[in-house]
Design a protein around this ligand. Structure first.
Ligand code: HEC
Length: 187
């Protein structure tokens, strides 16, 4: 067999690479080299890691009593009907009926969040209701007209029956502005 010079060089290179591969194979019983060990093993305690500095061993602490989350004013009401009635007695809309900017904002939000079920004019004929979802009661009924602003605000905040709550999607100020719009629908 006639082995050319090139073939011999290639064979040699192949053998060298095989040997090198074998020689530098990882030793699985030892950890790899760590360039930035602090990234893998953080110096501070991780949120859910054991913490020997506290009696209960937890790193995440309860907020100090009496403190509130920044930007989250607590609303001291439960979600049921009695609480909705209480909200009606105790809360008043901080925005006035003459505040056309707030009213326009409320109308726009109504179009985004409420119209799908309640319909543009509030009679309960939105596309969701027309496709089989339990139709909402008209917002111009005697009941709804007699409802206090605070109770409507409570319903938007906590939901009612088949209506979902909106506290997580619509800010407190905006929920009051929607109430302004509900009032103007009732005129
Ligand atoms: C998924 C459909 C749906 C959406 C969206 C929805 N509602 Fe409702 N809403 C209902 C239903 C259904 C009821 C009746 C709930 C019950 O009492 O069982 C209701 C009830 C109400 C009531 C009380 C009426 C009464 O006579 O008791 C008000 C006020 C109201 N909704 C306002 C709103 C506002 C404002 C929005 C938007 C922020 C909104 N709803 C979004 C379905 C919806």
């Amino acid at each position: 067999m006639n082995f050319g010079k090139t073939n011999i060089i290639l064979l040699l290179a192949f053998t060298v690479s095989l040997v090198a591969n074998w020689a530098i194979r990882p030793n699985l019983s030892k950890p790899n080299v760590e360039y930035f060990p602090n990234m893998a093993r953080s110096v501070p305690y991780d949120a859910f890691s054991y913490n020997p500095n506290f009696v209960d061993g937890m790193t995440l602490r309860e907020p100090v009593e009496g403190t509130i989350v920044y930007g989250r004013m607590p609303l001291h009401y439960g979600a049921d009907t009695l609480e909705a009635i209480r909200a009606g007695e105790e809360l008043t809309n901080p925005y006035s009926h003459d505040d056309t900017t707030s009213q326009a904002r409320g109308a726009a939000l109504y179009g985004t969040f409420c119209q799908t079920c309640h319909g543009a004019s509030g009679v309960g004929d939105g596309p969701v209701a027309q496709r089989g979802y339990p139709p909402p009661p008209p917002l111009k009924s005697e009941r709804a007209i007699g409802m206090k602003d605070g109770r409507m605000f409570h319903i938007i905040t906590f939901g009612q029956g088949n209506m979902p709550p909106y506290a997580s999607q619509i800010s407190r100020e905006d929920r009051w502005k929607i109430v302004l719009h509900l009032r103007s629908l009732q005129e």
